[in-house]
Ligand binder design. Structure first.
Ligand code: SPD
Length: 369
């Protein structure tokens, strides 16, 4: 069933359907540059009937999330995609995007608040905030949920070919194993890949210590000759899924989408720890359809929409009210909802202020070495 909506590597179904009228166009994504300027449907609907969503790929249930919203509110949704938080930030900083709802992760909400990129929400229009689990309210990047509402959460780990490798030791070390030269892919996501190296060294992935960051750089330089390359997570997935490579660094849901298609794969969270992240909905300053953006955020926080999202994406839901409708096989899967002893080894990526530049400089130097 998933195959019908999932197109070959690098291509995604772009959902553009007026209320009750399903139509679709292909958005062709190449390399790591993801996202285009939102287009109007030209279908005669008034400007007020539109919503432009800038999202991660594979992050809606194609059968329900956008079609049900469009039908319920008579609003046409256009969805474009970005590959990581830094690409999202760059796009918004360039200005004039016309996006109404964006989906930044935790630390990026903090950066966007400080840079006046996102606007305050009108909480009176989001009564479904009541459905949000206490664990996902008032997180440090937005302590009063003035600017953001949680969308989904997940982990980052290793998708691997179990048929070829057997059960692997769940350690980042496998991503540095010379035996798998050319069979490994890491993410282009700076905080995730620097984070993997820092965790392998036993450090916090939010460290601002220059010596530790230089050690991480040396480790990444040591790994580079072993890599097939650096890719966005959505590009790593098909490489492992189609058995082009054996090991890929992925966001958990991308791992489970691959496993759903290829039962010879598995996903592990390394024992040294890694990231757990929360993605959030926010409205950029300059959004053209602020009212529709609030409607969309409130709709996603409904129990039904929240459950339907997780039942497709395999990411955790911050929506307490959605829980009874989430499949047991997802709620009971320790790879998706890790037990406390695993969860407690994970860290959320934080806004580390000025040190962000150091991470970016180092990662750029590694990639261009
Ligand atoms: N396929 C959806 C991916 C969403 C990933 N968000 C991850 C943020 C990690 N820092």
């Amino acid at each position: 069933m998933r195959k019908e909506t999932r197109i070959s590597r690098g291509r995604f179904l772009k959902v553009v359907g007026a209320a009750g009228i399903a139509s679709s166009t292909l958005s062709i994504l190449s390399g790591c540059t993801v996202g285009t300027t939102p287009q109007s449907s030209g279908g005669g609907g008034s400007d007020e009937d539109e919503l432009s969503l800038y999202n991660w790929s594979d992050y809606v249930n194609p059968k329900t999330t956008l079609p049900n919203f469009e039908e319920k509110y008579g609003v046409e949704v256009t969805q474009d995609f970005f590959s990581d938080n830094e690409a999202l930030l760059a796009k918004l900083q360039a200005g004039g995007t016309g996006y109404d709802v964006i989906v930044p992760s935790d630390y990026m909400v903090s950066i966007m608040r400080k840079s006046d990129i996102i606007q305050k929400l009108d909480r009176s229009k989001i009564p479904n905030f009541d459905n949000v689990d206490d664990d996902f309210r008032g997180l440090p990047y937005d302590p009063n949920n003035e600017y953001s509402m949680p969308y989904q959460w997940g982990t980052t780990g290793i998708l691997y070919n179990k048929k070829e490798l057997g059960e692997i030791d769940n350690s980042w070390e496998v991503m540095w194993d010379p035996e798998y030269k050319g069979e490994i892919a890491m993410m282009t996501d700076v905080r995730e890949t620097m984070g993997a190296a820092l965790k392998r060294l036993g450090y916090s992935l939010n460290t601002t210590d220059s010596d530790r960051l230089e050690e991480a750089k040396r480790l990444l330089l040591e790994q580079k000759p072993l890599l097939r390359g650096y890719f966005a997570s959505f590009e790593v997935r098909p490489l492992v899924q189609n058995e082009d490579i054996l090991l890929g660094h992925v966001y958990s849901g991308d791992g489970f989408l691959a496993i759903a298609e290829n039962k010879d794969l598995d996903y592990v969270i390394p024992k040294e720890g890694g990231t757990r992240w929360t993605d959030n909905m926010a409205i950029p300053v300059g959004a053209r359809h602020v009212d529709n953006a609030h409607k969309f955020i409130n709709y996603i926080l409904s129990a039904k929409a929240g459950a339907s999202l997780t039942n497709y994406t395999y990411y955790g839901s911050p929506n307490e009210a959605a829980r009874p409708m989430i499949k047991d096989e997802i709620l009971d899967d320790p790879r998706i909802y890790p037990p406390p002893e695993v969860f407690n080894r994970l860290e959320a990526i934080e806004d580390i202020g000025e040190a962000t530049r150091q991470y970016e400089r180092i990662f750029t130097e590694v990639k261009s070495a």
